[in-house]
Design a protein around this ligand. Sequence first.
Ligand SMILES: Cc1cc2nc3c(=O)[nH]c(=O)nc-3n(C[C@H](O)[C@H](O)[C@H](O)COP(=O)(O)OP(=O)(O)OC[C@H]3O[C@@H](n4cnc5c(N)ncnc54)[C@H](O)[C@@H]3O)c2cc1C
Length: 403
Amino acid sequence: MIRPGPWRSGFAGPYRGRLTWVDDVWDLVIVGGGPAGSAAALRAKQLRPAARVLLLDRADFPRDKACGDGVAAHGRDELALLGVPDLIADYRPTRRLTVVSPGGARVCATVARPNHVVPRTVFDARLVDAARARGVEVRRHRVRALAAHGGHIVVDGAFTARAVVAADGANSTVRRLIGVPASPARHTAIAVRGYADVPDDDDVQFIAMQKEGWPAYAWSFPIGDGTANVGFGMLLPRLHATGLPGREVLHGRLAELLPHLPARDLRAHHLPLSPGRPRPGAGRVMLAGDAAGLVNPLTGEGIYYALVSGRLAGEAAVQAAGDPLPAYRNALRKALGRHLRTTDVLARAAQSPGFIDAAIDTADRRQEVFDLLVDVGLGAGTVPLRLGCAVLGRWILNGVRRG
Ligand SMILES: Cc1cc2nc3c(=O)[nH]c(=O)nc-3n(C[C@H](O)[C@H](O)[C@H](O)COP(=O)(O)OP(=O)(O)OC[C@H]3O[C@@H](n4cnc5c(N)ncnc54)[C@H](O)[C@@H]3O)c2cc1C
């Protein structure tokens, strides 16, 4: 279904008129070379090596991206599926995780499968290089306009495509051009990240949640080279409610929660949190990663979702070339549907800090609950009734004790 908006009238943005010749048709044009865009490119070429795939990004790589740089084991599974299993094998695996809840409950445990912390300047550039090596054409180009024309999409009047994957991030231009609304403010977070010096042997991922302005938390993710990615994030409406300049709040709370880790290179960005049902696109345009609002509302994790959705969009583009969007929508629902509905329900429950206190408290007592939280927060996990009841029971018990 093509949604109303500028898209329907055929042309959107400043471009009017000129079209490229049909022999120049690309099987797939991808807008954005982050994890979602590179995954789409890698998958399309993996399944159909002869496909003509063009990857456009407004930046040259390597480029920085404000992020916690945390790549969970689930993300590495995706790298393996994309045929690049060793992409980050030279980075130190991290097994230990400590989480402090808003009310002060604490769990320090070992994750079932290690996480990695890889600066995005490195991670994204390696993915783009891998796509290039597979035959994807990579060009620096900022996309401003789209047109639907005779079963094709014309991008900026310069590139004609059978399908487009919009992987242009949280403030996606393509999403706006096709008339898909952005995440509402209540589903948008903002976070700042920086880098700090830590001892070389610091190998604990640390998350400190904050009751004030909840949901809000700071993190320290050691990379393994004597530095750690540190940051602080909160919901946008809670930031606005302070009435203070965003920079002052974000930088101030980071310094307050991690006073021993003074940060440099601070950089902030929005996170479009998943509202439970992704918006997969319109016509022959598929939205992936942040452009589809695919960020875990409990943790802010988005790299795994970007890799999954990018892979599925690339797959639909070459395997269902006649009409890729329905194929993509179904595949996305199959891969993440139940999980996204689960995180939506949990994010609502987590509006109460007491629920998170109970979850962390239970995770400290039961390794299987800890593992489940990791799976739901960083992967595609869902909650078995038995373990959900264990957390609910603890929540009620804590409430009774406080009462
Ligand atoms: C502070 C912070 C911390 C985070 N920490 C983590 C974490 O530790 N782990 C995790 O998994 N997730 C984390 N996330 C979320 C994660 O960064 C995103 O979910 C992830 O980057 C999404 O990937 P993407 O490919 O969809 O978009 P992006 O990585 O944003 O890539 C979009 C690309 O599109 C390009 N682009 C944009 N507009 C255009 C245009 N008009 N034309 C051409 N190109 C364009 C950009 O240059 C960019 O390269 C964090 C986010 C923030 C803000």
